[in-house]
Design a protein around this ligand. Structure first.
Ligand SMILES: Cc1ncc(COP(=O)(O)O)c(C=O)c1O
Length: 382
């Protein structure tokens, strides 16, 4: 199958070969319209455009779509403004004072920083599983989990290498010693099927602006009911209360589900945008997107394997991210030159690696175009 029929929704692709969804995903026109309509209505209409019913609906509609995406109930979803914010709220609500947190040396900083910060005024210890040739051994990670482990925190798909983890396997190992598995899914959600219940993770957070093709300004999180019940939110505001419209400054009774971690008003247009984008992605079919992207990635890998000097990062399982570095070639310069072509090619450089991250709106010819231009550039610089 192809997703060629979606291209009208992404006008940029006529002019550019955009292969950088792991940085920022393109937003379909239909999502932009929904999001900007409400933005304009609120800006011009104030309370006329946003009554109490609508303010509730915006969050509940997003909660509903999110539960379909993640495979859980609405009551298990909390809505935040960014993945970093969500990771911090969860970390500070758990409030570990001692024990070990396990993560990896390939993580995005927002995954590990909340625990490093907490370790500054507690005896909590952060252990990193070190990558070898860019890859993390799941076996080593699982073997490292022991009775002193309180938390395993990692990305479902690593941002810089594309490595994808088997979450069920890691959750099982963590739970054997009563540790928690907290997952950052921003590089996976929107690209591959999610099933937080089957995997039995404790927390699964994801954000709007990459593979879910929505505007900046929203993150959603599954929080397991058992963990949710145990935790006292570290932060509180009017939206955390069981009845948020019953403004009671002298008494705080938290909502009895994941909503208790929410606390304030926010960019409502971003929430509307994410709900619409999830609906759009679910309509395309997550399995279809994954199968399609796997085909693009296969073509890309087969081509790259034959190019001299390319050192591919080869994880045992991956998301829609391919990265490599090169012997004696300035990869940043190559990235810049790709961006200067008549039909510029957008890739990202991370950790001195060139990262290509195609989504359903890319085509096989985008991949082959990248390969052709990349080969020309490196030939010139030999
Ligand atoms: C794995 C991962 N987590 C978190 C983030 C940042 O998320 P946010 O901007 O929503 O805080 C990124 C951004 O690149 C990322 O790759």
């Amino acid at each position: 199958m192809t997703f060629k029929n979606v291209l009208d929704n992404f006008p940029l692709l006529e002019k550019r070969n955009y292969l950088s969804t792991a940085s920022i995903g393109l937003v379909p026109i239909s999502v932009i319209e929904k999001s900007t309509d409400i933005f304009t209505e609120l800006a011009q209409g104030g309370t006329i455009a946003l009554d109490e019913e609508k303010e509730v609906y915006i969050y509940e509609n997003l909660r509903n779509e999110s539960s379909k995406l993640l495979g859980c109930s609405k009551e298990e979803i909390a809505i935040f403004n960014s993945v970093t914010e969500a990771l911090n709220i969860i970390a500070w609500s758990i409030g570990l004072k001692s024990g070990n947190v396990i993560s990896t040396s390939e993580e995005f900083p927002s995954v590990t920083y909340p625990w490093i910060r907490q370790g500054k005024d507690s005896s909590l210890n952060l252990e990193f599983i070190k990558s070898k040739e860019g890859c993390i051994s799941t076996e080593e990670l699982i073997n490292r989990i022991d009775k002193n482990t309180e938390i395993v925190v990692l990305s479902h798909v690593e941002y810089s290498t594309g490595q994808k983890f088997d979450l069920a396997e890691i959750a099982e190992a963590a739970h054997e010693v009563d540790a928690l598995l907290i997952v950052d899914g921003i590089q996976a959600a929107g690209y591959c099927p999610l099933d937080v219940k089957k995997w039995n993770v404790d927390v699964y957070i994801t954000g709007s602006y990459k593979w879910l093709c929505a505007p900046f300004g929203t993150a959603i999180s599954y929080i397991s009911p058992i963990l949710c019940e145990k935790l006292e939110p570290a932060f509180a505001g009017w939206r955390s209360a069981d009845d948020m419209w019953n403004f009671r400054p002298e008494e705080l009774v938290f909502t009895n589900n994941a909503k208790k971690f929410e606390y304030s008003t926010s960019a409502y247009s971003a929430k509307i945008g994410l709900a619409e984008a999830i609906h759009y992605i679910l309509n395309l079919g997550i399995n279809n997107i994954e199968n399609y992207s796997e085909k693009l990635i296969k073509i890309l890998l087969e081509e790259l394997e034959h190019i001299k000097g390319v050192n591919l990062i080869n994880p045992p399982s991956r998301g829609s991210i391919v990265t490599f570095n090169m012997n004696q070639t300035d990869i940043t310069k190559i990235g810049k030159l790709l961006g200067l072509l008549p039909r510029p090619i957008n890739i990202t450089i991370r950790q001195n690696r060139l990262r290509i991250s195609p989504h359903f709106y890319n085509t096989e010819s985008d991949i082959l175009d990248f390969i052709k231009e990349f080969k020309k550039i490196i030939k010139k610089h030999e």
